[in-house]
Write a protein that binds this ligand. Structure first.
Ligand code: NAP
Length: 312
């Protein structure tokens, strides 16, 4: 039981949360950051980051997040390893319950819980997760060295996953439900120019075999133009179809849009004074490390101003 009231608690340790922590720490607000899972957020599941300014030669995602972490700790951020299981935003100070049964109290709260991978919604998908079905090529690509793998999606994530997988797999199918792509031209061109990648368009995976063998052996494809079914022999299915915001904990308190993203106004303010949201949990538009970082900085400044007005 922790009876002290914190000035700022930050939930989430991706670029948004750790930047908020850095700014809050440098404002002498002694921020407490609950890191959640995975620590460091989605960038820890990626490889080369080539578009974060300041790193002209690129940097690996996990290394970048380690630098963020070190910088925020250097100025006094206290990082708690664990997850938040409940919040009470009707009481003030706000209450934050950790899985360890500790309850924290805070005068302001910054939510930077990010977003999680979307799934196709097939029964086999969860049964075979970690057994050939994956949402992370960086984590699981190595297991499919010299095998055939399939990536689903038509955005930058799908292109990135497919390209990464060519380092291991002998063949990568990229299954997309349309003929046009959300992916940026540069990523799409890289994937198109890679001889190991074969595009399968206007198609949806409707079944993944084989649950009985406890591994992926085949994907059943439906051609969305002809409605014909066909088999695609594959040893793995990597799902890269976007993300769902991690806003469940806050849905009884905060205004969300129809997709579950936290609505913010005047910077990072939510509908509850003293509660701020930044990063991918409130950004369905840009979703970049640099924009998450930027909104993390804004949230810390917004929280600092709120606290100054509250207790002046
Ligand atoms: P995204 O851009 O939203 O693309 C999701 C893709 O999945 C779309 O092609 C979508 O198809 C498809 N999809 C969605 N639900 C599906 C379903 N149920 N079944 C089959 N396909 C489905 O998501 P993202 O690729 O994760 O990218 C998100 C953001 O991160 C973007 O802003 C992107 O630029 C950025 N990003 C950047 C990099 C990089 O620069 N290195 C890497 C990764 C991501 P439709 O097009 O038909 O809707």
């Amino acid at each position: 039981m922790n009876l002290e009231t914190e000035e700022i608690i930050i939930i989430g340790s991706g670029p948004a949360g750790l930047t908020a922590a850095l700014y809050a720490a440098r404002a002498n607000l002694n921020p407490v950051l609950v890191e959640g899972f995975p620590p460091g957020g989605q960038l820890t599941l990626t490889t080369d980051v080539e578009n974060f300014p300041g790193f002209p030669d690129g940097i690996m995602g996990p290394e970048l997040m380690e630098k963020f972490r070190q910088q925020s700790e250097k100025f006094g951020t206290k990082i708690i390893n664990g997850e938040v299981v409940n919040v009470d935003l009707n009481s003030y100070p706000f209450l934050v319950d950790l899985e360890s049964k500790t309850q924290l109290k805070t005068n302001s709260l910054i939510i930077s819980t990010g977003a999680s991978s979307k799934m196709l919604g097939l029964k086999e998908e969860s049964l075979l997760l970690g057994k050939g079905v994956s949402t992370c090529a960086t984590c699981d690509g190595y297991f499919f060295t010299d095998q055939i793998v399939t990536v689903v999606g038509g955005g930058d994530s799908a292109m990135e996953e497919a390209l990464f997988l060519t380092k291991f797999a002998k063949k990568v199918f990229l299954v997309h439900r349309r003929e046009t792509f959300r992916a940026s031209k540069i990523m799409l061109d890289r994937a198109r120019n890679n001889p190991k990648i074969e595009f399968v368009l206007n198609s949806q995976i409707v079944q993944i075999d084989d649950v009985d063998q406890n591994k992926v052996t085949n994907a059943v494809l439906k051609n969305l133009t002809t409605n014909k079914l066909s088999d695609l022999k594959t040893d793995a299915v990597f799902i890269a179809i976007g993300h769902t915001p991690n806003s469940q904990l806050f849905k009884d308190y905060l205004d969300l849009n129809s997709n579950g993203y936290i609505l913010t106004k005047e910077g990072t303010k939510t509908n509850i004074p003293g509660v701020f949201a930044c990063g991918d949990v409130q950004d369905w538009e840009y979703r970049q490390a640099i924009t998450a970082s930027g909104t993390g900085c804004m949230a810390a400044i917004d929280a600092e101003r709120f606290l100054a007005n509250q207790f002046e």
